[in-house]
Design a protein around this ligand. Structure first.
Ligand code: GDP
Ligand code: IMO
Ligand code: MG
Length: 428
């Protein structure tokens, strides 16, 4: 199999976990390269439901090797909780989960600082973060004051952490937050270091040796293109490179090793947290999509904002990520609609936009230009071949391909592994 990067092409929660699960059968390695436990990737296998935050979804396939790459920020306590939960459910990560010694650590003061910064922002400025300490941990990385997973293996880890806590407590004081109890954090994190030590390693040569030996890799993006620190709706974004380029910098695998980029999109759009969302539906249709699609955050449980498919966002995503194929999820959620809309461009101040403007004050004022489609009004959830879909559903998919210039490879009509069809494609 080729080496593939799978990214979210909207605002996250596109169904990446499910598609990763479907594709994992065909690869040897699954690699997370950015983000942290702000991610929530759901995989349904039969009646069992797993929500993964830090560990690549590939772990659910026995024998597949998984990497948490250098570009990820790791909350060790959250990682241990996830490991324990998997082990309790009979999934064994020993010997096949590798955590980069270069990945930065998320500490409790990052979480507190995340929360206090959010509280301090006025109503319209709140980002609506997951409060997992992701932004402050990446800020420490960029400020060159962070600690990394490899530091946990150092006999000097307690003294390194002690110095770090003192510095962080002065930052917390400036935010008006109570100090972190040094003793408790030291005890918790040195115990975590002991338990995680067998997983922490230099993942770069291990992964590159595997690739050189002909093994294939699936890079698992977290979040989505519109939440990327550079390309998203800044400042209403996360703090990492969620786009395809991040796969290289976040794993230590060179760009020429990547053969294919798969973009995951929902057949409509959702966003959780604050920030501009041109096709958002604040009416009963939005409510119906939220209820039918169970659009509530896998990490925070917050209701997701819902809207029509935005081809402007999708085209922008194609350009930035070099998307070769689409995986379209949640077609079934649109089954009962009379009319379905696709946004083909934006209009703002008499100007037509074919791509996403950088200035969010402009984006906030953009009005979508819609194309309307007749709904198919029959259930698609048991359809297993594209040919068997209702004509209107096929037309909708074909138009989505035309508007984005990218063919659909995978189509998903339900949360489970078997509610997935692969469309015939010309080989790349
Ligand atoms: P991720 O963060 O991109 O992995 O996506 P999430 O797991 O946060 O959210 C996607 C949700 O949609 C999960 O609850 C999935 O089980 C569910 N899901 C995925 N594909 C489909 C589909 O085709 N139809 C329906 N109805 N649900 C789906
Ligand atoms: P997956 O991988 C959807 C959003 C938050 C917030 C913004 C910044 O499941 O698609 P952060 O805590 O990262 O500083 O929050 O980003 N966000 C996500 N939205 N899915 C995610 O992950 C998200 N991870 C972060 O809601 O708006
Ligand atoms: Mg999610």
């Amino acid at each position: 199999m080729p080496n593939m990067v799978l990214i979210g092409a909207q605002w996250g929660d596109e169904g990446k976990g499910k598609i990763i699960d479907v594709l994992t059968r065909e690869v040897d390695w699954v690699v997370r390269y950015q983000g942290g436990n702000n991610a929530g990737h759901t995989v349904e296998i039969g009646d069992a439901r797993y929500i993964l935050h830090l560990i690549p979804s590939g772990i659910l396939h026995a024998g597949k090797k998984c990497v948490i790459g250098n570009g990820v920020v790791v909350d060790p306590l959250s990682l241990l909780k996830e490991l324990d939960e998997l082990q309790q459910r009979g999934i064994q990560p020993d010997g096949r989960l590798f955590v980069s010694d270069r990945a930065h650590i998320v500490f409790p003061f990052h979480r507190v600082s995340d929360e206090y910064r959010e509280q301090a922002r006025s109503h319209g400025d709140k980002i609506g973060t997951t409060k997992r300490g992701i932004g402050p941990s990446y800020a420490d990385k960029a400020a060159r004051v962070g600690l990394r997973m490899g530091d946990m293996l150092d006999p000097d880890f307690p003294s390194l952490l002690s110095a770090h806590i003192k510095e962080q407590n002065s930052i917390l004081a400036a935010l008006g937050a109570p100090p972190i109890a040094e003793k408790d954090v030291l005890a918790e994190y040195t115990a975590a270091a002991k338990r995680l030590a067998p997983f922490i390693t230099d993942t770069i040569p291990i992964l590159n040796r595997g690739i050189a030996a002909g093994e294939s890799v699936l890079f698992e993006g977290a979040q989505g293109t519109m939440l990327d620190i550079d390309f998203g709706t800044y400042p209403f974004v996360t703090s990492s490179s969620a786009t395809a380029g991040g796969a290289c910098t976040g794993s230590g695998v060179a760009p020429h090793r990547i053969d294919r980029v798969i973009g995951v999109v929902k057949a409509y759009t959702t966003r959780v947290g604050e920030g501009p969302f041109p096709t958002e539906l604040l009416d009963d249709t939005g409510k119906m999509i939220r209820e039918t699609g169970h659009e509530f955050g896998a990490t925070t449980g917050r209701p997701r904002r819902c809207g029509w498919f935005d081809a402007v966002v999708a085209r922008y995503s194609v350009m930035i990520n070099g998307i070769d194929f689409w995986a379209v999820t949640k077609m079934d959620v649109l089954d009962s609609l009379e009319t379905i809309r696709i946004c083909v461009a934006y209009e703002c101040g008499g100007k037509r936009y074919e791509t996403v403007p950088a200035n969010i004050r402009v984006l906030e004022k953009c009005k979508p230009v819609y194309e309307d489609f007749k709904g198919w009004k029959v259930s698609t959830k048991d359809v297993s071949r594209f040919e068997d879909l209702p004509a209107q559903a096929k037309a909708y998919i074909r138009r989505l391909e035309e508007l984005t210039g990218v063919p659909v490879w995978i189509l998903s009509v339900g949360p489970r592994r078997d509610s997935t069809m692969k469309l015939p494609l010309k080989p790349k």
